[in-house]
Structure formats: structure tokens, C-alpha cells
Design a protein around this ligand. Structure first.
Ligand code: GLT
Ligand code: MN
Ligand code: MN
Length: 394
């Protein structure tokens, strides 16, 4: 069992930051496509105890992480009561719920985007039931990760139809959310590939573009995952920035991933220190207030004690990077360099709002490109200072 979080430790998890894990993340038994589980799957009670000990804020679930797909009503009631007790004893809440629309063979060719209309209807029915279950535990965020929404060959499915089918499902479920008064916010999670050869809505921006076309755009936002844009060789921080700027960052999945590799789902901050730093800095600078969910799993070599270390380490790394970000913001030399590189000129007032007067003034302004190109950009200096803060020598 992991050591209890020490409240005098300045890197102890802060409940206000809403650190959460999934039943499926801490409960991951170390299975991969090439090998069988390497540790016994903990039950819901054990998972709550691990997370309570580590000092987490909450735990999220897919319908079938909690209730197996073939459970009887009696078994379901029993598991729910064990889970409820585990939550209470460990002071945990359930901020987010979601649906497993990818494990069962029925979803082998997608759920909301399946070519089979009955399977599409089943996927919506399963999601309605899972929304009921999430609401029972107080969840207010509902995640949609399109696990099997994709294709290996575009001969098999019309990708335009896929967009239309996905929209139809979400519009229906938004109405259900309203009618049942659940008060969920929907958060869409993009991924470029795995388990499908090509997944629809491959990046966070795909969902940001879809949202304004939905019947209830105000109800919908995104749940970007560090590993997912990174798998595709993209800059995750920039994708989160766009969601944040649009007021659409409803949830975030923190983990780690090397570019161009399989879906690693490593512990947050375990490989990409610099990106993790800039991500934390941005979330903190812009006062992101949603849950910080660790969608990762311990190495396949880990035993349950090491899984506890994995959970505690995820939160601790976030707390350390938060402190580093504050240090970066307070560093006089860094602030001085920021002033130098963000050159101010009263002329920029002219472009804030268009008017024909401003346009005339701008056209007549003496902007000399040769002189402008001489402005200093001491980026090497700034980046080195950033590195030194991260290395712990500044
Ligand atoms: C699965 C996936 C994650 C999603 C989860 C929610 S399930 O672990 O790899 O990225 O966030 O469905
Ligand atoms: Mn992932
Ligand atoms: Mn995820």
C-alpha cells in the first residue's frame, strides 16, 4: 500500500486542483496486445483505498468499469453499494462518467458511427443508461471518447455519414440530458488512431469545429488527452490553448507519450518534462477549474504497491511543475526578457478595431521593415533560463 499523503509536504495533492483517476487506470491489470495481465485486477473497493491513500480528489468510470456488462441487477446493486462505501470512506467524489462503446464485439465497427442502424441505436441506449448511472454518483461531466469510431479502409464507411451520425447521436443525448435534468457537460476526446487504423475526429480541433454545428453547443466542450495529439507528433499544449481560449476546456486527460510510438499512456510528466511544464503553467496561469484527470496506467512491470506510487507520483509531479511555473512567472530576469520580446508600440491600437479612419492611419504609418527586423529576440537566453528552472538549479 502507498504511504499516506503527508499534508505538511508542499507537494501534497491539493484537493482544489481536483486530481482524479479512472477505475480503468488504477485498475489496469497490465494487459497489452501482446501479453496477458501481469497483476490482479483490484476491485472497486481496493481502487478507492489506493486513491484515498494517495490523496486523490475523485474517481471516474465507464459504465462497465463499475458494473460488468453481463451483471444481474442484484450484482449491480451489490457493487454500487460497495463503491459508494469505498468513496465515502476515502472522501472521494465522482466528477466524470463515460460509456464503454469499444470493448464489446458489438462495437467492432463503431458505435454512434456504425454502419448498422440497430447498433447505433444500441450505442445511444447504452449511453443513456450510463448517463443514469453516472448521475446516481453525482457526475457532472460526461466524456465521449470515440473508441471504435473510425475505419481501416474508407471503402467500408462513408466518412461524411460518420460525422452526420455522430452529430445525430450527440444531439439526441443532449436532449436526454436536458429532459432528465442531469446537468451534464459533454466533453469530446479526440485520438488520431488506435484502436482503429484511423479514428474520426482525430484531433481536439476536429471537435472544436464540430461543436458549433450541434443543437446544443453550449453544453459541449472537449477533453483533450496529452498522449493523443502527441502520438501524432503534434504540440498538445497548442491544442489545449485553443480549447481554453474558446471556453471549451471542460476536462483534461493528463498522461505522457513519446511521439511516433504506440499508445503508451505513461504516468504524467514521466517523459516530456518540458511540454508537461508548459501545460501545467498554462492551466494554472489561466485558472483552469475543471478536474485534472490522470488517464494513464502504471508500467506492466508494476505490482499493486507500485501502482500506488504511480498514482501519488502523477499528482506530485503536477504539484512540482505548478511550483516551477510560479517560479518562472516570478523570475525577474525572465520577466525582463518577456518585456524585451513583446515589443509595444502605440500603433498597435489602430488594429484593435476596424474603422476607415484607423485603416487610413495604418496605411500611412511609417513602418520600416528593415528597422523592425533588428528588434532583439533573445530566445536562447529565455529558453536556457526555463531549462534551469526545470533542472532545479534556478
Ligand atoms: C481509454 C482511452 C482513453 C479514454 C477513456 C475514456 S477509455 O482508456 O484510452 O483515452 O479517455 O473512454
Ligand atoms: Mn490514451
Ligand atoms: Mn483519455
Amino acid at each position: 500500500m502507498a504511504k499516506s499523503a503527508n499534508p505538511t509536504d508542499k507537494y501534497a495533492p491539493d484537493k482544489k486542483l481536483k486530481f482524479t483517476f479512472g477505475l480503468w487506470t488504477v485498475g489496469n491489470p497490465g494487459r497489452d496486445p501482446f501479453g496477458e495481465p501481469t497483476r490482479q485486477k483490484p476491485d472497486v473497493r481496493q481502487i478507492c483505498d489506493i486513491l484515498g491513500t494517495a490523496g486523490a480528489y475523485g474517481v471516474n468510470f465507464h459504465d462497465n468499469d463499475l458494473i460488468p456488462i453481463d451483471a444481474t441487477p442484484e450484482q449491480a446493486a451489490q457493487i454500487k453499494s460497495e463503491f459508494r462505501k469505498g468513496l465515502k470512506d476515502n472522501g472521494l467524489v465522482v466528477p466524470m462518467a463515460t460509456t464503454n462503446l469499444f470493448s464489446d464485439p458489438v462495437f467492432k465497427d463503431g458505435a454512434f458511427t456504425s454502419n448498422n442502424a440497430s447498433i447505433r441505436a444500441y450505442a445511444i441506449q447504452k449511453t443513456m443508461r450510463a448517463m443514469d448511472l453516472g448521475a446516481e454518483f453525482g457526475a457532472k461531466i460526461y466524456v465521449f471518447w470515440g473508441g471504435r469510431e473510425g475505419a481501416e479502409s474508407d471503402a467500408t464507411k462513408n466518412p461524411v455519414d460518420a460525422v452526420k451520425r455522430f452529430r445525430e447521436a450527440i444531439d439526441f443525448l443532449c436532449e436526454y440530458n436536458i429532459e432528465q435534468k442531469f446537468g451534464y457537460k459533454f466533453a469530446f476526446e479526440a485520438k488520431p488512431n488506435e484502436p482503429r487504423g484511423h479514428m474520426y475526429f482525430a484531433v481536439t480541433g476536429s471537435y472544436l469545429a464540430l461543436i458549433p454545428t450541434l443543437a446544443h453547443p453550449e453544453m459541449c466542450g472537449v477533453n483533450p488527452e496529452f498522449a493523443h495529439e502527441t502520438m501524432a507528433g503534434l504540440n498538445f499544449v497548442h491544442h489545449v490553448a485553443q480549447a481554453l481560449e474558446m471556453g471549451k476546456l471542460f476536462h483534461i486527460d493528463l498522461n505522457d507519450q513519446e511521439m511516433g510510438r504506440f499508445d503508451e499512456d505513461f504516468r504524467f510528466g514521466s517523459t516530456s518534462y518540458k511540454s508537461a511544464f508548459f501545460l501545467v503553467k498554462m492551466l494554472e496561469d489561466y485558472k483552469y477549474n475543471g478536474p485534472r484527470h490522470f488517464d494513464s496506467h502504471a508500467y506492466r512491470q508494476s505490482d499493486m504497491q507500485d501502482v500506488g506510487a504511480f498514482a501519488a507520483g502523477s499528482m506530485r509531479t503536477y504539484m512540482i511543475l505548478k511550483e516551477k511555473a510560479a517560479r518562472w512567472n516570478a523570475d525577474p530576469e525572465i520577466q525582463g526578457l518577456l518585456k524585451v520580446i513583446n515589443a509595444q508600440d502605440p500603433i498597435s491600437k489602430l488594429t484593435k478595431n476596424y474603422s476607415s479612419g484607423n485603416a487610413k492611419k495604418l496605411l500611412a504609418a511609417p513602418l520600416d521593415r528593415v528597422e523592425l527586423a533588428k528588434a532583439r529576440l533573445p530566445y536562447e537566453q529565455l529558453d536556457q533560463l526555463t531549462a534551469e528552472i526545470l533542472f532545479g538549479v534556478r
